[in-house]
Design a protein around this ligand. Structure first.
Ligand code: CP
Length: 297
């Protein structure tokens, strides 16, 4: 593929091929080398997991990495992101991992470049975070195998979550058995791509196979969308008591960063059902598969 811009561009076959390749990398550390290629990390929003795992993934594949310090780049002098990419492309960089607060920016940029520029969306505004959804589904399939028989609950701020959007699309394409979107009314999604919406955490967690807890994104809330933290905790936090409603072998996931004591308790985040660090680890292998899948020659 030329770019990874969103989940909707991927067929069922393309998703399962990426997952199989990522699992292959996980179990076979004799990696291919693509030492003619260079990847630039352009992160206009903060990141720990995504930025570092793309860097590690590229390193594992022999791809050179440039981490742009955007505070010190020429964009601080007014250069547009299009010209920054064009300039780096002229230096021979082929792969651009972009995180930006503007919905749809990676798609808009991709349409302006020729075959030598390959863009990976590392999270655009409140739109999509495709590599996160791919690593999440990889982690679920690795542990639960047949995704069509599962009940999955996504809990939290569904209105502003690019992770939740990408997860809905990937669950739709793969035919997840039941997807339940749990949130207080004020954070319910304006558009539902897949699944059913409920305000009841008990409904969402009842007999669930996988619970995906979202971060409370204070920075994305409008003035009329703020919730009292104690009230949110009371009704929606994933606690040990609440988790008792789920199947005994239910997986607990979170894309990170986690707010301990707000959306999830430490004894759950660090407990035996938590797959949070497995998600992080799988992120490196999935990003290797994504990089390799781009036709950068
Ligand atoms: N999940 C995720 O995108 O984490 P970072 O913001 O640390 O990259």
């Amino acid at each position: 593929m030329k770019h990874l811009l969103d989940i909707r561009q991927l067929s069922h076959h393309e998703i399962t091929t990426l997952i199989q390749r990522a699992l292959h990398f996980k179990h076979n550390p004799n990696y291919p080398r693509y030492s003619h290629a260079t990847l630039a990390n352009l992160f206009y929003e903060n990141s720990t997991r995504t930025r570092v795992s793309f860097e590690l993934a590229a390193n594992h594949l022999g791809v050179h990495v440039v981490n742009l310090d955007l505070d010190r780049s020429s964009e601080s002098k007014g250069e547009e992101i299009y010209d920054t990419i064009n300039t780096l492309s002229a230096m021979g960089i082929q792969l651009f991992v972009i995180r930006h607060s503007t919905d749809g920016l990676p798609q808009a940029l991709a349409s302006r470049f020729d075959a030598n520029v390959h863009i990976i969306n590392a999270g655009d505004g409140q739109h999509e975070h495709p590599s996160q959804a791919l690593l999440d589904i990889m982690t679920i399939i690795e542990q639960k195998h047949d995704i069509t028989q599962l009940k999955i609950a996504i809990v939290g701020d569904l209105r502003h979550s690019r992770v939740a959007n990408s997860l809905q699309h990937i669950c739709a394409t793969l035919g997840v058995g039941e997807l339940v979107l749990v949130s207080p009314t004020v954070w319910q999604p304006q558009v539902v791509h897949y699944g059913r919406v409920t305000t009841s955490l008990d409904d969402g967690l009842s007999n669930v196979d996988v619970v995906i807890c979202l971060r409370v994104q204070q920075e994305r809330l409008h003035a009329d969308e703020h919730l009292d933290t104690a009230g949110y905790r009371q009704d929606y936090a994933i606690t040990k008591n609440r988790l008792a409603l789920a199947k005994p072998d239910a997986m607990v996931m979170h894309p990170g960063p986690i707010n301990r004591g707000i959306e999830i308790d430490s004894d759950v985040a660090d407990g035996p059902q938590s797959s949070i660090l497995r998600q992080v680890r799988n992120g490196v292998y999935m990003r290797m598969a994504i990089i390799e899948s781009l036709d950068f020659g």
